[in-house]
Design a binder for this molecule. Sequence first.
Ligand code: 5GP
Ligand code: ZN
Length: 119
Amino acid sequence: MTYYSDENCLFCKIIKGDIPSTKVYETETVYAFRDIEPQAPQHIIIIPKEHISSTNEINEENSALIGDVYAAAATIARIEGFADNGYRIVNNCGMDGGQTVGHIHFHLLAGRYLQWPPG
Ligand code: 5GP
Ligand code: ZN
C-alpha cells in the first residue's frame, strides 16, 4: 500500500524507521509505538501511516483511517492487558489543543486512574 509521507515530519520518519521507536503494534495502515515521555504507566502513540497533519484535515476520503486507529487501540488494549480496567484515547489538535507534532496522532493512556477533566 502506498501512502503520502512528509520528509520533514517526525512521525513519518518514525514510520520509515529513520528515527528509532519502540513498536507496539502495526497494520497496513497504522503504526503504534511507546511515547518517549510517558504520562501514564502505559502511553502509546497510534498514528495512521498516511501523513495527515491534524484532525482539521480529516474528511470523507481519509476518515476510515481513524477507524483503523481505533481498531488498533482496541487490539492493543487486549494485547497489553488493560482492556478491562480501561483507558483513554486523546487527540490534541492545534495550538490550544496542545498539539506539538504535525502528524495526527492518538495518545492511548492506561495503567492508572486518569483524572477528569484534563487540564
Ligand atoms: P502532542 O503533544 O502533539 O499531542 O503529542 C506528541 C507526543 O509525541 C508527546 O507525548 C511526545 O512525548 C511524543 N514524542 C515527541 N517526539 C517523540 C519521539 O521522537 N519519539 C517518541 N516515541 N515520542 C515522541
Ligand atoms: Zn507525517
